[in-house]
Design a protein around this ligand. Structure first.
Ligand SMILES: Cc1cc2nc3c(=O)[nH]c(=O)nc-3n(C[C@H](O)[C@H](O)[C@H](O)COP(=O)(O)O)c2cc1C
Length: 344
């Protein structure tokens, strides 16, 4: 056991990565290597998530499931329509028409909650805010350890008050969406270790650190800052078992991109991605409107991915992306858990 939260031999977790990268094969390989795997429940239909849970359970490893907490934030419809019009020329290149009507959804929250209370996971982590305390209690009543993803000490306090068992402290260097409760806030650069210390100062809940890991030394730094385990996402994107798209893989391993940025351009929520031309053209204009902008750009992004168009795709990546390597997940987990300065 690494600590009170995760029943794994090594203090390393495979962060949930919705949209394709997290697969049951990746989760099983991470678990077999001694790490703790999270399945990505976001975007998935409840039956698809149930099938993944069944598959991983059959393999006999403990695991976690991540869920997106729906937001009730109002949408500025005029700003959304203006953004849809701005993006239409991008869609024209593929013969697509973007809808100017914002689509809202709650990512099947209640159905997924029902699934996870009837067929419980060892751990459930929550992202993008907090649900009703009764939902947290329902998961705990089914025997599940409930974690909230937080990005500030204030969010950590709120999560503790809502009754969670522990926190995933996500620093701004993390790849993919920021878990921030406030998608409109400016996210200042800060090393994840500093954030872990700041959160540690306001709560005694057990912590998992995530964001910007680029090797074993970063893992040790985060453990020393007060985390019981470290979650890695970006470094697993090129793992053999990951479901990362070929266009995303090529972007991470080729020499075209030089930096990551935080942008709302693709989904209406801040997310860290390789800086590409879509983010450059539209990042300044994107409204804070998740999941409406996610739905707006979804077909365009899927089409771009199939076409190998890395300039239009959301290339989620954390600041450690240059250290991502193609290898079996077990090798990557073993490398991260080894003492720093161990040859790769
Ligand atoms: C492709 C991708 C997809 C992600 N999807 C999710 C998700 O579904 N839920 C979530 O809580 N975090 C998600 N994240 C964030 C990770 O859980 C984690 O916080 C992050 O990867 C850690 O930083 P790192 O990428 O620098 O290792 C995603 C990250 C990436 C790179």
């Amino acid at each position: 056991m690494t600590g009170p939260l995760l029943p794994s031999r090594l203090p390393i977790a495979a962060a949930p990565m919705a949209g394709g990268p997290t697969t049951t094969a990746l989760a099983a390989a991470v678990a077999e290597a001694g790490g703790f795997p999270f399945l990505a429940g976001g975007y998935k239909t409840p039956p698809a998530l149930a099938a993944e849970i069944g598959e991983l359970r059959a393999a006999g490893h403990p695991f976690g499931v991540n869920l997106f907490v729906p937001s009730a934030d109002p949408i500025d419809e005029a700003a959304f329509r203006a953004y849809a019009r701005q993006l239409q020329p991008e869609a024209d290149r593929y013969g697509l028409t973007l809808s100017e009507h914002p689509v809202a959804d709650d990512d099947a929250w209640q159905e997924k909650l029902d699934l996870l209370t009837q067929d419980p996971a060892d751990v459930v982590s929550l992202t993008f805010g907090l649900p009703a305390p009764s939902d947290i209690a329902a998961l705990q009543g089914a025997g599940t350890t409930v974690l909230a993803s937080v990005t500030t000490p204030a969010e950590a306090r709120q999560a503790q008050a809502a009754g969670v068992d522990g926190l995933v402290v996500q620093g701004p260097q993390a790849g993919g969406h920021s878990a921030t409760f406030d998608a409109d806030r400016r996210i200042d650069e800060m090393p994840t270790a500093e954030l872990v210390k700041a959160v540690r100062a306001v709560t005694s809940l057990p912590l998992i650190a995530a964001g910007g890991v680029d090797g074993p030394a970063a893992v040790q730094t985060l453990l020393a800052a007060g985390a019981e385990a470290v979650a890695v996402g970006t470094l697993l994107l090129l793992a053999d078992e990951a479901g990362t798209s070929p266009t995303h893989r090529a972007a991470l391993s080729g020499g075209t991109f030089s930096e990551t940025i935080l942008t709302r351009a693709f989904t209406g929520r801040p997310a860290r991605a390789l800086r590409n031309s879509f983010a450059d053209r539209h990042g300044q204009h994107a409204p804070t409107a998740y999941p409406a902008v996610h739905h707006l750009t979804r077909e365009l992004r899927q089409t771009a991915s199939k076409a190998g168009d890395a300039g239009t795709l959301h290339l989620w990546a954390g600041t450690g992306w240059r250290s991502a390597r193609e290898a079996p997940a077990a090798e990557i987990i073993g490398w991260l858990a080894a003492p720093p300065h161990t040859a790769r």
